[in-house]
Design a protein around this ligand. Sequence first.
Ligand code: FDA
Length: 310
Amino acid sequence: MDLVRRVLLAASRSAWLQRHATERFFVKRGVRRFMPGEALDDALKALDALAQQGLAGVLTELGESVSEPAMADAAARDYEDALARVHARGLDCDISVKLTHLGHDIDPERCLERVRSLVTRAAANRRFVWIDMEQHSYVDSTLRAYRQLVAEFQNVGVCLQAYLYRTADDLSSLIGLGGGVRLVKGAYREPPTVAYPRKRDVDDHYLALVDRMLSAEARGAGLRAVFGTHDRRMIEGVQALGAAASIPTDAFEFHMLYGIRTAEQVRLVSEGYRVRVLISYGAQWFPWYMRRLAERPANLLFAARAVFSR
Ligand code: FDA
């Protein structure tokens, strides 16, 4: 399985594969399980349907590692458009951005300006901007940008990855700042020098970090605690730690990806938990789709079924 995962993660970085695979109709069919469509309109329609079930949303436009300032400007404009359309429709929906999609690799200062203007725009509509975490080489600069923003705004949050050894220290330094932390396991292939290679250790670390995020210190600082996971054991761990500390079920949130463990999303809402579904849209879906397959190689079966089913 590790070999399959490695091949999929290598595929996610292949420009040649991206060019050829994205033209193939059958690949698009497989992708549809995880995203409602390439257009913002498709995502907005899916948000309407989720809202009927009590589920809120987070929108993310797929794209990363842009190399031209014009592409980063276009991504920022697309997010402004998404915020405006969400507001006009009265939807409960935040956005989640990748710094490399907003020009981090070209000019980190200019990238920060783009995120700042999105956070400002989102604040006017009481919406939140989440900053994704990418490969480990980006953690320092991502946290630097987040610290600058959270000193100015409270409607901004950052993703932390439990597979990194450093995350406990990072969380300690962020916990008193308010803002938001979305804890995930981590989706990239990282070396054992920086990340736990074994799933069991990642899971244990995840639960230890949950405990910190639900602590009186975090709640006192107004930290928005979000748990981005579909893992039943992690979800039950969050529920148990929340109950043990007598924290109301709506004082923290679960975020899950569109199309993954949908029944669990609805079940949690029915039990009084807050759940947001992250919906991806946009044409640049190939590296992201490969990472989704790598997270669970059994998804290759779904992808294969989508090729052959009518
Ligand atoms: P795990 O991978 O152990 O899966 C547990 C169970 O969930 C599986 O057994 C399966 O049933 C189900 N499942 C999980 N993934 C599935 C899939 N792809 N298809 C079908 N079933 C699946 N990562 C990152 O590095 N930076 C980031 O910024 C983010 N942002 C982010 C936001 C949100 C809202 C979520 C939910 C996730 C992310 N991630 C992320 C991805 C994250 O790091 C991680 O790769 C996935 O959430 C999968 O990990 P789980 O915690 O679900 O557990």
